[in-house]
Design a protein around this ligand. Structure first.
Ligand SMILES: *[C@@H]1O[C@H](CO)[C@@H](O)[C@H](O)[C@H]1NC(C)=O
Ligand SMILES: *[C@@H]1O[C@H](CO)[C@@H](O)[C@H](O)[C@H]1NC(C)=O
Ligand SMILES: *[C@@H]1O[C@H](CO)[C@@H](O)[C@H](O)[C@H]1NC(C)=O
Ligand SMILES: *[C@@H]1O[C@H](CO)[C@@H](O)[C@H](O)[C@H]1NC(C)=O
Ligand SMILES: *[C@@H]1O[C@H](CO)[C@@H](O)[C@H](O)[C@H]1NC(C)=O
Ligand SMILES: *[C@@H]1O[C@H](CO)[C@@H](O)[C@H](O)[C@H]1NC(C)=O
Length: 911
């Protein structure tokens, strides 16, 4: 493999990378010169002759939409473009004409009978491809963001310089299969047009191999042996019969555990130009099983395969790919709600919806940080709604044990069905059905081996029609797809070939109070709710307020002022104006102003926002675990939930668990409080029960059950007086799926006249260690929902809970001490010991690790990210001590800043 210029052919006027290819080799085009077809003086065909001058073109990377390329080339500047509403000023007409991607490289004409292919993986929206003055693909066929094809270009290859031009056509979301952002954020000015995925050159002998696919007979662990079928499509490209051998090897990919190396082989005989699928069975004794994170190891195998001629020369070689031995199953339960199981164990989906970068830029280190956050919060799944990523994304998910629920996107061209009343897009033509087939085929072929795949959802808000379903299913079958296939992410309807999705998409998408989730509005006329039952494919309270250092990067002083003083103002960093309800934070702000009191400053507003965000996300995730085996909601237990959303495509004010700059805040720590602990103690805002729940999945079989102890304490917020104390001893260690009420605080909460703090501790009875700690702020009068006025994005509140007392708490004195625990190449682990010296509670203490290079001592401008905190935004009871740890990406040069609602802002440590 020659990922970049392996040798450079000399004697050219300009330095050109030369590819020395042998059969079985492939190379990625290392970068492009980019220019608008309006600026380029020649047409694409002429420009694809070698030695055309492209001095005035922009040099860009191999995977770059037009906007990504222009950013890389410095035509636009990200900080400026993302600031306030500046992106609105980009001249859209620049993107209404095709853009040209051009690259020159050296090649050798292959020996007679060998072939050179150009391999695409999707170009938005469609493209013509020219090599050395000849058109090798037309936009009639090379269509769609996910349309991957292989073109035999042997006849056009020259020894010496070659030039390739891709003419990418503008993307109209209504007409083309692309990656639209619907109401998530403003559309990128180019609508994502361009060569966003790699284009490769590949050389083969007379026959070529497709990427391998894997099918196993494995169902449940443990297992003494598994049969793995290694599947590949072998194509004879010549007009003479081919006879040869397939040889491959399966070996363990990891350093730990038993090493295994199993060779396998087979023969191939192909008629002239024949294409055949070969499935080679390989028996693996004592297979090492792949498990999701926290369930066990992410054991992977690697497979490689080659096809050789009878003379023993390699004709083609498949890329080394990794796979896992595991089995995913999905079915509808007796309520017709979707359930998943992995390796025979039930898998409760706790996930969130992923957004790629607005310009589809891809950085694996950023993805790694995002995945670490996912696991740190206790989530186990990421939903990709039509934003299917690069192979490295799935490789990393495989290695980190994160499940991926992939699928096509809502709206636009993808859902231009006659039965979709929201659709403004053009109905599918016969070409579109063919493109849809190719896109499904390509994605399935590349996703197929990845153990992280939980399933594929063929539609989002609407199900595909029967014709499209048939195309999709045929492509999935051709590529040996073995994972669940789901009609759509909503319960609106389904094609007969697939049956009901078992998923619901009933909102909310905007703010609802914490007691929404476990409410049981069965007695209302409407029978379907977004509350915690069944399988929610996308739902959440809309929150995700960034911290101040992030906000100042993308909001102007006027925007920042509007944020808290004009609660109904629209923002360019929310949904576009046409998505009316989500263009403002009105609903959220009304609740914030009413529940926490009118903000007195930006700082006050942001603190209150983090309080709102924390309780909003915690309540959703706790609702879904508390109801995981509930008989409420007409006996429909909660089967899984995808939080809306995990992250944002650009700096955004909503629908995220951490912000674009990877800074975790209230929404993150609320989620983490609910989901990260295996055994957990939680408060149900509706029944006022205290429940012990189990977020794990693996039964702790084979060992004795430990005893648990739960301590419940309710105090008044204003003076820290104990209102109630309950200690429940002898609680059995919980099993997966458990949700057990062990106490009730209704009477105690009823005694409150103002705000109270409810602290729940779940302890190991034998050694007293704390397994779960959870603090709520509660009032006697809860929020009251107006269920009958429920719409697709919220259930309004008719009376708000009153937490205004939290703004007048007396100051508590908190001691904090920071210790460095460990320093590694990547950073340090610090421990923060907190002690509340006061006889009143210290509310919502936030620790921030900042860059010591900041000018102002106590400012949090240089808030570091990514950071992994054991906990944050903590509330300490009178005289209580607590230790937090944090991993920061620095060895030194840090400062630790403490803030809190009734705690003086101070620097509590430095290193
Ligand atoms: C982009 O603009 C910002 C702010 O104006 C500036 O600090 C930064 O250096 C610029 N970046 C580049 C790559 O020019
Ligand atoms: C992007 O798509 C929208 C919606 O289909 C369309 O109105 C707009 O013209 C497109 N923009 C470009 C630059 O093609
Ligand atoms: C083909 O693959 C097998 C298994 O990896 C390997 O042993 C063999 O050397 C390869 N053949 C050639 C000619 O590279
Ligand atoms: C893989 O799919 C192809 C095409 O549908 C089929 O012919 C083949 O039998 C499948 N192989 C296995 C092992 O299921
Ligand atoms: C939920 O799980 C707990 C613990 O396994 C069990 O005691 C309880 O009966 C279950 N509830 C329902 C409704 O299945
Ligand atoms: C206490 O017991 C639990 C098992 O319930 C164990 O995981 C934990 O490590 C123990 N802690 C200490 C401090 O011994």
């Amino acid at each position: 493999m020659y990922p970049s210029c392996s040798f450079c052919l000399l004697g050219f006027l300009t330095l050109v990378s030369g590819f020395a290819l042998n059969p079985g080799d492939s190379v990625t085009i290392p970068g492009w010169y980019l220019q608008s077809s309006v600026q380029a003086r020649e047409d694409a065909r002429k420009l694809s002759q070698p030695d055309v001058k492209t001095d005035s073109w922009h040099r860009i990377g191999p995977r770059s939409t037009v906007m990504a390329g222009l950013l890389q080339a410095g035509v636009y500047n990200e900080s400026e473009l993302f600031y306030s509403d500046h992106m609105n000023g980009v001249v859209l007409s620049d993107f209404l004409s095709p853009w040209l991607y051009r690259e020159e490289f050296g090649l050798q004409v292959p020996p007679r009978g060998d072939h050179i292919f150009l391999v695409t993986h999707g170009i938005s929206s469609k493209a013509d491809l020219y090599l050395n003055g000849a058109q090798v693909a037309s936009s009639d066929y090379q269509q769609g963001s996910f349309g991957g094809h292989q073109y035999d270009v042997t006849a056009h290859v020259r020894s010496g310089k070659n030039a390739l031009v891709v003419q990418a056509y503008p993307t109209d979301y209504h007409a083309d299969f692309s990656q639209g952002f619907a109401d998530w954020n403003p559309a990128p000015p180019d609508n994502g047009t361009g060569v966003w995925r790699d284009i490769e050159l590949k050389q083969t002998g007379p026959t070529s191999l497709s990427p391998v696919r894997i099918v196993t007979d494995f169902k449940t662990a443990p297992n003494e042996r598994a049969t793995v079928w290694v599947i590949t499509d072998v194509t004879n490209h010549n007009n003479v019969p081919f006879q040869g051998a397939l040889q491959g090897i399966i070996e363990t990919d990891q350093d730990v555990g038993m090493q295994q190396r199993i060779p396998f082989s087979g023969n191939v005989r192909l008629k002239p130009n024949e294409h055949a699928t070969v499935s080679l069975p390989v028996v693996i004794p004592n297979p090492q099983i792949w498990w999701p994170a926290t369930w066990g190891r992410q054991s992977l195998y690697a497979v490689q395969l080659n096809v050789t001629t009878l003379q023993g020369t390699v004709s083609d070689r498949s890329r080394r790919s990794t796979f896992g031995i595991r089995h995913v199953k999905s079915q509808l339960n007796s309520n017709k709600d979707r359930s998943f199981s992995i390796n025979g164990q039930s898998f409760h989906v706790r996930g969130a919806g992923y957004a790629p970068d607005l310009f589809l830029r891809f950085d694996i280190n950023r993805i790694r940080a995002i995945f670490r956050y996912v696991l740190d919060m206790g989530l186990n799944t990421i939903r990709l709604e039509g934003k299917l990523e690069h192979p490295e994304f799935y490789d990393l998910a495989d290695r980190m044990g994160i499940m991926v629920l992939a699928g096509w996107e809502c709206c636009d061209k993808w859902e231009a069905w006659e039965y979709n009343p929201d659709s403004e897009a053009r109905q599918w033509t016969s070409t579109d059905y063919t493109t849809a087939y190719h896109q499904m085929y390509h994605e399935s072929a590349y996703l197929q081996t990845h153990p992280s795949l939980l399933g594929f959802i063929l539609g989002s808000d609407y199900w595909p029609n029967e014709h499209a379903t048939a195309q999709f299913l045929s492509a999935l079958e051709q590529t040996n797809w073995t994972n669940p296939i789901i009609a759509s992410a909503s319960g609106r309807g389904s094609p007969p070939a697939l049956g009901p999705s078992g998923m619901k998409m009933l909102g909310p998408y905007d703010w609802v109070p914490p007691n929404y989730w476990t409410a049981n509005p069965q007695d209302q006329d409407i029978t379907e709710w977004g509350t915690a039952y069944g399988f929610g494919s996308e739902q959440g309270p809309g929150v995700g307020t960034p911290t101040f250092p992030s906000l100042t990067r993308f909001l102007s002083p006027a925007d920042l002022h509007n944020l808290w003083s004009h609660p109904s103002a629209g923002s360019y960093h929310l949904s576009p104006p046409r998505a009316g309800e989500f263009h403002t934070r009105k609903l959220y702000n009304t609740a914030l102003f009413r529940r926490y009191g009118t903000p007195t400053s930006l700082e006050d507003y942001l603190q209150k926002s983090q309080m709102m965000d924390y309780e909003a996300t915690r309540a959703e995730f706790e609702g879904f675990t508390m109801n995981q085996n509930s008989s409420r909601n007409g006996g429909r237990p909660a089967m899984g939930v995808i939080y809306w959303m995990l992250n944002s495509a650009w700096p955004s004010l909503h629908w995220q668990l951490f912000d674009y700059y990877l800074r975790p805040a209230g929404a993150y720590f609320g989620t983490k409080a609910a989901a990260a602990q295996g055994e957990h103690v939680a408060y149900d805002y509706v029944s006022q029960d205290i429940r012990v729940v189990n977020n794990h999945h693996q039964p702790t079989s084979g060992r004795h059950r430990d005893k648990r102890r739960v301590e419940v304490e309710l105090i008044t917020a204003a003076d820290g007086k104990t209102v109630d104390r309950q200690v429940v001893v002898g609680v059995d260690e919980t099993e997966p799926g458990a949700s057990i009420p062990i106490a009730n605080v209704a009477d105690a909460v009823n005694q409150l006249s103002g705000v109270g703090f409810l602290k729940l501790l779940l302890k190991d009875s034998a050694n007293g260690s704390v397994l779960s700690r959870n603090v709520y702020w509660v009032t006697k009068k809860n929020d009251i929902l107006d269920w009958e006025k429920t719409n697709w994005y919220t259930t309004p509140v008719s009376r708000y809970a009153d937490f205004t007392g939290l703004s007048t708490l007396r100051m508590a004195s908190v001691l904090a001490h920071v210790n460095r625990k460990q320093t590694t190449e990547d950073g340090s682990t610090l421990e923060v010991a907190l002690e509340n010296k006061a006889d009143i509670p210290a509310f919502f203490i936030r620790l921030t690790a900042v860059d010591a290079a900041n000018r102002q001592e106590d400012e949090v401008d240089g808030e570091m990210a990514p950071v992994i905190w054991s906990d944050n935004y903590v509330t300490l009871f009178p005289r209580e001590s607590l230790k937090l740890t944090v991993q920061i990406p620095r060895k030194d040069g840090w400062r630790m800043v403490m803030t809190g609602v009734n705690v003086k802002k101070s620097v509590v440590g430095r290193g």
